[in-house]
Design a protein around this ligand. Structure first.
Ligand SMILES: Cc1cc2nc3c(=O)[nH]c(=O)nc-3n(C[C@H](O)[C@H](O)[C@H](O)COP(=O)(O)O)c2cc1C
Length: 206
């Protein structure tokens, strides 16, 4: 089994990376593979709502969205990590995930996910809440920890000094691993995923 961790910071070795790496190392101890996917510093397009993505993925090929989706289809769990910018997730992770989920949300169903937010000081829980929204609408069980999944640091790598933050990441990783193992055991016992009702789409009440 494998977890795909998305670093929504353009700082490849920054504090979000520090938090994600702590999760990755703990997953490895639990016998689960991991990959940290760097969103990078190159421009990321926003969703233009063209609706052409449902068959072949996002129409834009000049950033990493479709590459991420291809990897996600092969993975069993997810962590989306973001730096906090003005008390919200980075603009790039929101543009990226809007297009990932609008084109391929079904690829994530019944696979557990967790959000992580990293800041110098404020805005972590608001950012954490925003990222959690992708899981709820995509039939994804959410893994928790012993605190909300946040860590603190400003300069690159400073989060290494946030002992409670890193402890929260390790506990999150153990809980995520446990969920994935339970789901795998259930699958082996023949427990099927539920079939969702799809008929109603009430945009407004007449
Ligand atoms: C544009 C911008 C806005 C920021 N806004 C906040 C903020 O609202 N609250 C905060 O505590 N830190 C804020 N920060 C600091 C970052 O969240 C902090 O440096 C974090 O560790 C960055 O993570 P990274 O190293 O993974 O990029 C901001 C940084 C930038 C560049």
């Amino acid at each position: 089994m494998k977890v795909l961790l998305l670093n929504g910071s353009s700082r490849q070795n920054g504090n979000t990376y520090t938090a994600l790496l702590e999760i990755g190392k703990t997953l490895e101890q639990e016998g689960i593979d991991y990959e940290i996917f760097q969103i990078g510093a190159a421009p990321v397009r926003d969703c233009i709502g063209c609706g052409k993505c449902s068959e072949k993925g996002c129409v834009f090929e000049d950033d990493k969205v479709n590459e991420f989706v291809a990897k996600a289809k092969e993975c069993d769990g997810f962590v989306f990590g973001t730096p906090v910018y003005y008390a919200h997730p980075s603009g790039r992770i929101l543009s990226f995930l809007d297009r990932v989920f609008y084109s391929s949300g079904k690829s994530f169903a019944f696979k557990p996910g967790a959000a992580v937010a990293v800041a110098r000081r404020g805005g972590t829980t608001a950012s954490f809440d925003v990222l959690n929204k992708y899981f709820g609408i995509s039939q994804m069980p959410v893994a928790g920890s012993t605190y909300w999944n946040i860590a603190h640091g400003a300069g690159e790598g400073e989060a290494e000094q946030d002992a409670e933050g890193l402890q929260t990441m390790r506990n999150l990783a153990r809980n995520l691993a446990w969920m994935m193992k339970c789901f795998q055991a259930g699958k082996e016992k023949g427990i099927e995923v539920p079939q969702a009702e799809r008929g109603s789409r009430t945009n407004f009440i007449r």
